[in-house]
Design a protein around this ligand. Structure first.
Ligand code: ADP
Length: 290
């Protein structure tokens, strides 16, 4: 019998958005079987995967059911049920990025603690269980303006991040656990995408420079390579590799960095998946991030 697929394996993707759609461009070129899960019936991935499942990504039972017959399970969005992913991992499904990594990354405060524990340079911060406790700390002078408020969870494209310069700004932030981070004097926002194999081999894409839209808070321009000196680029790469080594991820890790006015490199946050700072690689690189 003729076989058109390159293997019997099926890759599952949690999330059916634009990143998944770009990934499916590659899996279709290579005839790799795919199954995608997304809550929306209108999901961009729906027409180009082999099988589509409409379900909530946070639904434990739905994720278990989706993953059980898969060989490899990946994500294109971080907000998925990680308890289910842990169970699937224990059943032998190869979950990349690993469930434990997603659990850390989903929570901005836990992510910060991970950097501190692993001696990775990052801006100083204080954690608060609630908005009330943060306000109390400000009133007592333990936190002073300006600072950057970051919500513990569900932050995306800047929605969970606000620069707080006054009591008025403080009133306008959302409720819930959060951190107050030092406002960094940013010279440039940089990014390094690290690819890591299951054996631990790593490769990096060149350090890029990201320019954000001032209001939308989303990347507007990506410049590759970044307009920085060789030593700074090498420092950024080294820091990104140290983050990769600490997480021991399999697959991609997009490391978002700040180059401060003082020439320091600080880790802002990471995404264990293809990243918008790497889309240029589709046309510019021999091997794209997908
Ligand atoms: P999101 O997860 O929503 O993308 P980020 O943590 O990446 O949020 O923050 C969004 C933007 O806010 C960053 O790209 C940067 O421009 C700014 N920002 C975040 N943290 C700081 C900080 N400590 N100091 C100065 N600017 C910051």
């Amino acid at each position: 019998m003729m076989r058109f697929f390159s293997g019997q394996h099926t890759i599952g993707i949690l999330g059916g958005g634009q990143l998944g759609k770009m990934l499916l461009n590659i899996t279709r070129q290579w005839d790799i079987r795919t199954k995608v899960m997304d809550p929306s019936d209108q999901s961009p991935c729906k027409i180009s995967c082999n099988q589509f499942v409409q379900a909530n990504l946070m639904d434990y039972d739905a994720v278990i059911k989706f993953g059980e017959d898969l060989d490899i399970l990946t994500i294109e969005i971080e907000n998925v049920n990680t308890d289910a992913l842990l169970v699937l991992e224990n059943q032998g499904v190869r979950v990349y990025p690993q469930a434990a990594i997603l659990k850390i990354i989903q929570n901005k405060c836990r992510q910060k603690e991970f950097y501190i524990k692993n001696k990775i340079p990052t801006a100083s911060y204080q954690l608060f269980e609630s908005k009330e406790l943060l306000k109390d700390a400000v009133a007592r002078g333990f936190v002073s303006f300006p600072f950057v408020w970051k919500s513990e969870s569900m932050g995306y494209d800047g929605y969970g991040v606000k620069i707080v310069r006054s009591n008025q700004d403080l009133e306008n932030i959302n409720e819930g656990a959060c951190m107050a981070e030092d406002l960094v004097s940013i010279d440039k926002e940089l990014g390094v995408i690290v690819c890591r194999s299951y054996k631990g081999e790593t490769q990096t894409y060149p350090c890029v420079e990201m320019e954000f839209h001032p209001e939308a808070n989303q990347v507007e321009y990506v410049l590759s390579p970044a307009r920085i000196s060789k030593p700074i680029a090498e420092k950024a790469r080294k820091v990104a590799l140290s983050v990769s080594k600490a997480f021991k991820h399999v697959g991609l890790l997009a490391v978002e960095l700040f180059l401060t006015k003082e020439g320091e490199i600080l880790v802002n946050e990471v995404a264990p998946r293809p990243h918008n700072s790497g889309h240029y690689s589709i046309e510019a690189s021999y091997t794209s991030q997908f």
